[in-house]
Design a binder for this molecule. Structure first.
Ligand code: ADP
Ligand code: GLC
Length: 511
């Protein structure tokens, strides 16, 4: 699709390769690069965390500091604009120069000292959003698209229709909010509304700013944005149809159904490519799968497992959170430990699950290896060395690791929800079609059933190779996804420029 070139500003709390906690970073980074590659002019506003991997060779310049409206007063913000040498891509780093230093501390969302979310999260991201808009105004351009990601940036569509409604930089702008995860909504006590510049007269049942007696960032964004997207078609329909997936916002989402589109994430196939991956012990592709055995042996050594018995290796790389289905691992642990497989898990997060994994590895060192921490090279080596990749998620907006796995000839075993259902097809031995194994209910017996089916095929070398090659032949690159965003932008531009600009009054009727 050839789309006219647009001036796009993204607001996000993560962006690879600068800062990453989960898939949000990969997606924001890859989308921004792909949009710039296809001729759009792209700026990503990002908090200036203490630890940022600043890209080499980019130009850097400070912008004027600003006093950002903040409740009854103002708070100081500092900015730096980084610009890529080879494409029309910039990163606007937004810093808080006030006393409480919202970003100049270790940790992105959680305090590493306690493992808990920072107590001032509400203020940190509200400030980021308001300050990012102030920074964008300074760049001296008029933006066509303001694209926020998740609840951390969800106030942006509201601010440009209220406080900044007459701002030249945002004249005619179209706002888009992408839901990467509805399990995190940003819910706060009502006083936060004052910081956002709205009096308590706006806080009443049925107001866009009220949600069961609290302020809900995501709800504000869902009501104000001109277009909503989420990261897979299946999740787009799940979140409208049940509280299990809509997490309380299913009603709002259903009312905005006509403006909500599911666009499957792509993967960065230059970073996740087994033929060029510098982290692997041996590189391979679809026609040289025998090299995968070298990576498998290296992973076995890293996990300190014996050569025999030579059981299949199941990998997991994940945030250790309730979303990711670790309850099923816990429930199935005794039965899992009787199966002929080995399990390697990389991830950190919720202490209860971390402890469970530690105990499992301590009790069965010859079968289970657990690494607590964030380790990108090891994530690549697990993808390269494992035979199977397990994702038993409770819900999964998209999920990236099942796509990385298919690319690496590592067969995914997934719960058929959200993006997992949209990307993994059950293998059918009769037709030779399919890329993995799926189970429907959130149930440990079903998960074990899917693993057993997978192990049965693993013993049949020819079938297994077919399964691996099927996955490796899929195209999960960003091109199709970026086309999807171009279409959403164009549709929303036609609507908004056709006169349908929302106001605080008209948004009330969307509640
Ligand atoms: P989510 O965004 O819900 O965490 P995704 O599957 O979309 O899930 O993306 C997770 C991303 O984070 C993947 O790129 C995965 O490899 C990476 N990741 C998660 N935990 C770790 C870890 N401990 N070490 C390295 N990479 C990790
Ligand atoms: C979220 C989701 C994950 C998705 C990622 C990127 O963190 O949990 O499923 O792939 O965002 O969109």
């Amino acid at each position: 699709m050839v789309a006219p070139s647009l001036r796009i500003a993204h607001l996000a709390s993560e962006m690879a390769p600068l800062v990453k906690v989960g898939g949000l970073a990969d997606v924001v980074g890859a989308l921004a690069f792909e949009q710039a590659r296809r001729g759009h002019h792209v700026i990503v506003a990002l908090p200036r965390y203490l630890t940022l991997a600043l890209p080499e060779g980019w130009s850097r310049r400070a912008l004027e500091p600003r006093q950002v409206p903040w409740g009854m007063g103002r708070e100081p913000a500092r900015y730096e604009l980084l610009e890529a040498p080879d494409r029309d891509l910039g990163v606007l780093l937004v810093d808080h120069a006030g006393e409480r230093r919202f970003f100049a501390r270790a940790g992105v969302y959680d305090d590493p000292a306690t493992g808990e979310g920072f107590p001032d999260s509400a203020e940190r991201f509200l400030f980021f959003t308001r300050a990012a808009l102030e920074g964008l105004k300074q760049i001296g351009e008029r933006f066509d698209i303001l694209h926020g990601h998740d609840h951390q940036a969800a106030w942006a569509p509201c601010f440009v229709r209220t406080h900044d409604a007459h701002e030249p930089a945002f004249r005619g702008v179209v706002t888009v909010l992408t839901i990467h995860n509805l399990g995190y909504q940003g819910m706060h006590d009502p006083w936060v509304l004052g910081l956002a510049g709205f009096g308590l007269e706006h806080f009443y049942p049925g107001s866009p700013f009220e949600y069961w007696g609290r302020v809900n960032d995501m709800k504000v964004g869902l009501l104000f944005a001109d277009a909503l997207t989420t990261v897979s078609p299946r999740y787009a329909s799940e979140i409208q149809s049940s509280p299990e997936f809509g997490a309380g916002l299913e009603g709002v989402l259903k009312r905005r159904s006509a403006d909500l589109t599911g666009i499957l994430n792509g993967i960065d196939d230059t970073v996740w490519n087994p033929a060029t991956d510098p982290h692997l012990a041996a590189r391979y592709d679809r026609d040289h799968l025998e090299q995968k055995a070298v990576n498998r042996a290296a992973l076995r050594v890293a996990c300190r497992w014996p050569v025999t018995p030579d059981w299949p290796i199941v990998g997991m790389v994940s945030r250790i959170a309730e979303q990711k289905g670790f309850d099923l691992i816990e429930e199935a642990a005794a039965r899992l430990m009787k199966m002929e497989l080995r399990l390697v898990v990389l991830g950190s997060g919720k202490p209860e699950y971390v402890e469970m994994l530690r105990c499992l590895a301590a009790a069965h060192p010859e079968r289970v290896s657990y690494r607590d921490g964030y380790d990108d090279p090891l994530a690549h080596r697990i993808e390269g060395g494992a035979d199977l990749f397990l994702m038993p998620s409770r819900y999964e907006p998209c999920g990236l690791n099942q796509m990385y796995s298919m690319r690496y000839g590592t067969v995914p075993v997934v719960r058929a929800v959200g993006g997992l259902a949209d990307t993994v097809e059950e293998f059918d031995a009769r037709t030779g079609a399919g890329t993995g194994f799926r189970f429907d209910r959130f149930d440990s017996a079903e998960m074990l059933g899917a693993l057993r089916r997978a192990l049965a095929f693993h013993r049949q070398a020819e079938q297994w190779r077919k399964l691996q090659q099927n996955g490796m032949s899929r195209d999960f690159s960003w091109r199709a996804s970026a086309d999807g965003y171009d279409r959403v932008y164009q549709r929303a531009i036609e609507r908004v420029r056709g006169g349908r600009v929302p106001t605080l009054e008209s948004v009330r009727s969307r509640v």
